[in-house]
Design a protein around this ligand. Structure first.
Ligand SMILES: C=C1C[C@]23C[C@@]1(O)CC[C@H]2[C@@]12CC[C@H](O)[C@@](C)(C(=O)O1)[C@H]2[C@@H]3C(=O)O
Ligand code: AKG
Ligand code: FE2
Length: 349
């Protein structure tokens, strides 16, 4: 007899539930990198990217005033009546979205704004229609200032990573996201509280498990917990929130550029039972025509690329057809060669 076990969901929206045993206070394993000491920062960052693909940065020099200004504008936006937010239309993928993530059936307990921040982008319809309204001038100003700061922080982190890897050309990674054609995205997520599951050992999915496709993501949230990262053994670790710091995720593209030395971190968000979570994330992506392949400077003698050649345009087109939890890099991986006594036995390509 075949027994089909359906994934538990909350009926109304089909949002999956996640088992979440109550966690007692624990010592966090999340690496903390202090940017005021660049030499030690570059070494510890490389270690963190290899082990977890994730770390927290402190002493980043971004004024709290700038962060708080954008957070306050975002809170104001999400507090608008639902009908007004929905008047902005369906996300395409940019714009205002509610519960639906992407176009392929993923759902979560959140609402969000997804913005195309590519300098050269022609697809700015949402930003221009909404953000050019006089009532949104202060939101738009806060966004521009904050995004500029995120670009600088991403550049600093990527240059330190090149230093830590011993690459002479410091801008080898950063130029990919600083280029005026770089395909970067900015996202503000609002996860309302979901009190109905309090006392049960499960939570409602806020943002389902996934890796970020770009090079690097810079995340900041308010003090509400919910973000978790997956370790190599598949176990999930909660990230203690810290509203004064930034969290860095290695994206799929950086995993490819480093031929797997850095790990694109799997992460997810659980809805909180008591409080709203607000997060703002800058995703630094390459230009569409950028070829993604392991850097020659990193390859050791005889080392083979783990990936077939592709451009960001090709990767993104395929990523946007996938579901959140899919392994998007799998179809770009080369089959492993089996070597015995120096002779290649199998080479599936
Ligand atoms: C289900 C999806 C949403 C997503 C596009 C995708 O088809 C697969 C990747 C998803 C993701 C995750 C990181 C970012 O939040 C995001 C903007 C991105 O670039 O890739 C989202 C996409 C989205 O929400 O449209
Ligand atoms: O909201 C968060 O804290 C993380 C969301 C996320 O991973 C994403 O938007 O890609
Ligand atoms: Fe993400």
């Amino acid at each position: 007899m075949v027994v089909l076990v359906a994934k538990p969901t909350i009926e109304q929206h089909q949002i999956p539930l996640i088992k979440s045993p109550k966690q007692s206070t624990f010592l966090s394993i999340i690496p903390i990198i202090d940017l005021s000491d660049p030499v030690s920062a570059s070494t510890s960052m490389v270690k963190a990217c290899s082990e977890y693909g994730f770390f927290k940065v402190t002493s980043h020099g971004i004024p709290m005033e700038l962060i708080n200004k954008l957070e306050a504008e975002a809170v104001k936006f999400f507090s608008l009546p639902q009908i007004e937010k929905e008047r902005l239309g369906q996300p395409n993928p940019f714009g205002y979205g509610n519960k639906k993530i992407g176009a392929n059936g993923d759902v979560g307990w959140l609402e969000y704004l997804l913005l195309d921040i590519t300098s050269k982008s022609k697809n700015k319809s949402f930003i221009s229609s909404f953000l050019s309204e006089p009532s949104s001038t202060s939101f738009c100003a806060a966004l521009n200032e904050y995004i500029a700061a995120m670009r600088r922080l991403a550049r600093q982190v990527l240059e330190l990573l090149a230093d830590g890897l011993g690459i002479k050309q410091r801008d080898i990674f950063s130029k990919l996201v600083m280029n005026e054609e770089s395909d970067s995205v900015f996202r503000v997520n609002h996860y309302p509280p979901y009190p109905l599951l309090q006392g049960f050992n499960c939570s409602l999915t806020g943002f389902g498990e996934h890796t970020d496709p770009q090079v690097i993501s810079v995340l900041r949230s308010n003090n509400t917990a919910g973000l978790q990262i997956a370790l190599r053994d598949g176990s999930w670790v909660s990230v203690p929130p810290d509203q004064e710091s930034f969290f860095i995720n290695v994206g799929d593209s950086l995993q490819v550029l480093t031929n797997g030395r850095f790990r694109s971190v799997k992460h997810r968000v659980l809805a909180n039972g008591m409080r709203s979570r607000l997060s703002m994330i800058y995703f630094g992506g390459p230009a569409p025509k950028q070829r993604l392949a392991p850097l020659q400077q990193l390859m050791e003698e005889g080392e083979q690329s783990l990936y077939k050649e592709f451009t960001w345009f090709e990767y993104k087109a395929s990523a946007y057809k996938s579901r959140l939890a899919d392994n998007r890099l799998a179809q770009f991986e080369k089959q492993k060669q089996l070597v015995s006594d120096g002779k290649t036995l199998i080479n599936h390509q």
